[in-house]
Design a protein around this ligand. Structure first.
Ligand code: MG
Length: 161
């Protein structure tokens, strides 16, 4: 794998249910519901992990961290991103940039964007300026628009050291 750069895409979705924490990009958001998931259900960290693994052409997050493995019950999703970053380093790549789209009807993502960017910059050993985050509603349509789910798309570019 000697390419100068490689692109990857990640997608994740979780159901939202009452009385659960909503954690997005390492930030706990105030909301009337949160993610039903085996781990902490952080869609941003899961999609970032899969985007990096995808760029590397490696196994996906579900293969590396099976949701039937008690080891990952309620896991802090940082560990998934850290594993992807270790694999990226081993393969000789660093982050070029990431473009992230989070789809949720409520609450507003904009007050938390800077914190999420910094959390990711720290995890990925890059500058916050290499990370972009967009928040989108789903226009009240389907599960995402009815506050019953949250989703995230990520595109990442990796550059060879
Ligand atoms: Mg997930």
């Amino acid at each position: 794998m000697s390419h100068t750069s490689r692109i990857g895409h990640g997608f994740d979705l979780h159901r939202l249910e009452p009385d659960l924490p909503l954690i997005v990009g390492g930030v706990r958001l105030e909301h009337d519901r949160g993610c039903a998931a085996h781990s902490d259900g952080d869609v941003v960290y899961h999609a970032v992990t899969d985007a990096i693994l995808g760029a590397l052409g490696q196994d996906d997050i579900g293969q590396l961290f099976p949701d039937h493995d008690p080891k990952w019950k309620d896991a802090d999703s940082r560990v998934f991103v850290e594993e992807a970053v270790n694999r990226m380093r081993d393969a000789g790549y660093t982050i070029g940039n990431l473009d992230i789209t989070v789809i949720l009807e409520r609450p507003k993502l904009s007050p938390h964007k800077a914190t999420i960017k910094q959390n990711l910059a720290d995890l990925l050993a890059c500058d916050a300026s290499q990370i972009n985050i967009k928040g989108k509603t789903h226009e009240r349509v389907d599960a995402l628009g009815e506050n019953r789910a949250i989703a995230c798309h990520v595109v990442v570019l990796l550059n060879r050291d």
